[in-house]
Design a protein around this ligand. Structure first.
Ligand code: 8YV
Length: 326
């Protein structure tokens, strides 16, 4: 049987490319000299797509691929994929949950501590030769803190679990109360922001959460407030955050994600009490390999008629590959 035609919007890591090339006929949009001609010619043959957050899959693209069955996305967040358009067409969308939860949670804890205790700043201070002249200024502390987790999903829970060992008070806000956890639930983000002094952002991106961490929320967090974001930059009103940091409305921020990556607002670079990371939450060799394997395994499972392994909730599950006659 002919291998199925698979569209790649951007190249993926070597292990994924090799595994995909062994099982599918690959078509790379990023090397096509004329994208329109490319889609006219191969669009009707494409049955699968492998992608990631950096390569959006919108309705217009889905419409150019009339025989598309599955979009396998690298990463747990899938806010750049139009899952509604995919579902309408019966196209399955998969992501890579679970395999990255511990890695991202580890990074979130590291970023929180780095922000509160100013670890990168202290490193820079030593390197600049200031230590012999003056000891590093005393910092804020995690002691006695109340951490509010925005989005108690798989990663949020892994963060909360780690934080239990740090002796802080824990609360969360999300769409609904979760009966199997003992942390305090706040029905609104504002109420949580008023109660806590650390806001840990782990909720999905997308229209529902766009800009929800705004000036009012930052004001409610207060002058000791720390914001840590390992989710999507879109959740934060960045100009409001910059203003809150400048004016001392909050104390500091640790950011792994930004609204328009890889561009980072210049204003952040000039602020002292921010720690800035280039979206590395899941970025270890170990975890990226596991994520890549899950992208490939979802595709292989689909085309062997076993269904998707990790479909997103919006996807029309129960659908199986046409190959298997269902
Ligand atoms: C991805 C992420 O690794 O999983 C996600 O949603 O944001 C990251 O873990 C990244 O999008 C891939 O480059």
């Amino acid at each position: 049987m002919q291998p199925a035609d698979l569209l790649l919007l951007k190249p993926m890591q070597r292990s994924v490319m090799d595994a995909l090339a062994a099982a599918f006929t690959l078509h790379r949009a990023d090397t096509a000299p004329d994208l329109d001609a490319f889609y006219r010619e191969i669009g009707p043959r494409i049955r699968a797509m492998a992608t990631g957050a950096q390569a959006p899959v919108d309705r217009a693209l889905i419409e150019r691929l009339p025989h598309l069955e599955i979009v396998a996305s690298f990463g747990v967040g899938y806010d750049t994929i139009d899952v509604t358009a995919a579902a309408e067409r019966g196209v399955v969308v998969t992501n890579t949950p679970d395999v990255l939860s511990d890695e991202v949670a580890d990074l979130a804890l590291g970023l929180l501590l780095a922000t509160i205790r100013e670890i990168p700043q202290a490193d820079r201070y030593l390197r600049a030769g200031h230590w012999p002249t003056r000891t590093y200024p005393l910092t804020a502390t995690l002691r006695g803190r109340h951490v509010g987790i925005l989005g108690l999903g798989r990663i949020g829970r892994a963060i909360a679990h780690r934080l239990e060992g740090f002796g802080v008070t824990l609360s969360y806000h999300g769409r609904r109360r979760q009966e199997d956890v003992a942390y305090g639930f706040h029905p609104t983000l504002l109420e949580m922001a008023q109660a806590v002094d650390v806001l840990m952002i782990v909720a999905p991106g997308g229209p529902e959460t766009n800009g929800i961490v705004n000036a009012e929320i930052l004001q409610a967090l207060g002058p000791e407030g720390i914001v840590v974001n390992v989710a999507r930059g879109s959740l934060i009103d960045e100009p409001a955050l910059i203003e809150a940091l400048r004016s001392g409305t909050i104390h500091g921020a640790g950011l792994d994600v930004f609204a328009t990556e890889p561009r980072v607002p210049e204003a952040f670079l000039g602020l002292d009490r921010v720690v800035l990371l280039p979206h590395v939450g899941s970025g270890s060799v170990h975890t990226r390999e596991a994520m890549g394997r899950l992208v490939v395994d979802n595709l292989l499972s689909w085309f062997s008629g076993q269904g998707p392994l990790t479909p997103v909730p919006e996807t029309p599950v129960g659908g199986h590959s046409a190959e298997a006659g269902r």
